[in-house]
Design a protein around this ligand. Structure first.
Ligand SMILES: NC(=O)c1ccc[n+]([C@@H]2O[C@H](COP(=O)([O-])OP(=O)(O)OC[C@H]3O[C@@H](n4cnc5c(N)ncnc54)[C@H](O)[C@@H]3O)[C@@H](O)[C@H]2O)c1
Length: 253
């Protein structure tokens, strides 16, 4: 498929995991892609197989609004337009409200929620011009609670509802806003989980399909939401969770 020829996409957190797979998916479908992250060497690695005029690398921290304004400005300056923003960069910190440090709380909120706000604010004027869209990477942790992930649940819950409010505010401007909500996906963020066979088995009791998911599984759904195939879809938080959210929460018997 070549759904994104002549389209321009920004992917944050593009150096690894879901962001990397998403950038590759768009590049392979013909898009020009701006790769955003804090570590240039990881972004260079993603860009390497592609022609230089198809990829732009911008080092930036999504939690810093001026960094992100700069990303959008440089991308539009290089490629002349913007069609899709993928707000993917994210971090997690463990802990309940009693045990979380203020520093961890702020880091998760600044990256996972402020970052989405800053990038969306900078991108929307250009998306209005192109009739483009935003795809946020929320989480199943943004649609319900986990044990011991209070900051992440709060931040991703914010992303889930910000997705809905941006969809309502900007739909009549021709801008669609959707999110994917992955469950356990094999990336750097879940390295320790993947190695824990008992934990993987516990997750597989809750997945309808065999899990965990792969970054490419999430990237494919992000690309669908960004494509014209989803032209009448906005404000959805689409689970990419192997059927986990199909359950009412009762344990298997
Ligand atoms: N892996 C999972 O099981 C899972 C499940 C649900 C949601 N998610 C979400 O998917 C997204 C991608 O995570 P991943 O699983 O691919 O993990 P990952 O750690 O491989 O990717 C996260 C990327 O974001 C970048 N990043 C972090 N803070 C940043 C900042 N301040 N500025 C710029 N870049 C920053 C990291 O360097 C990294 O490249 C995150 O938003 C995460 O919350 C992951």
């Amino acid at each position: 498929m070549q759904r994104f020829v002549d389209k321009v996409v920004i992917v944050t957190g593009a150096g690894s995991g879901i962001g990397r797979a998403t950038a590759i998916r768009f590049l392979n479908e013909g898009a020009k892609v701006t790769l955003v992250g804090r570590t240039k060497s990881k972004l260079d690695e993603v860009a390497k197989p592609y022609p230089a005029d198809q990829v732009l690398i911008v080092e930036a921290d999504v939690s810093k609004e001026f960094d992100i304004d700069d990303v959008v400005a440089k991308s539009v300056e290089s490629f002349g337009r913007l069609d899709t923003l993928v707000n993917n960069a994210g971090v997690v910190a463990e802990g309940d409200v009693e045990s979380l440090s203020t520093e961890d709380w702020r880091k998760v909120m600044a990256t996972d929620l402020d970052g989405v706000f800053f990038a969306s604010r900078a991108a929307i004027p250009h998306l209005k011009t192109s009739g483009g869209s935003i795809v946020n990477v929320s989480s199943v942790s943004g649609t319900g609670g986990d044990w011991g992930m209070a900051a992440y649940n709060a931040a991703k819950g914010g992303v889930t509802n910000l997705t809905r409010s941006m969809a309502m505010d900007h739909g009549k401007d021709g801008v669609r806003v959707n999110a994917v909500c992955p469950s356990f996906t094999v990336t750097g963020m879940t390295d320790d989980m993947v190695e824990d066979a008992k934990l993987v088995a516990k997750f597989n009791e809750r997945f309808a399909l065999e899990g965990p998911g792969k970054p490419e599984d999430v990237a494919a759904v992000i690309a669908f939401l960004a494509s014209d195939d989803a032209r009448f879809v906005t404000g959805v938080n689409l689970p990419v969770d192997g059927g986990m959210s199909a359950s009412n929460g009762q344990p298997p018997q």
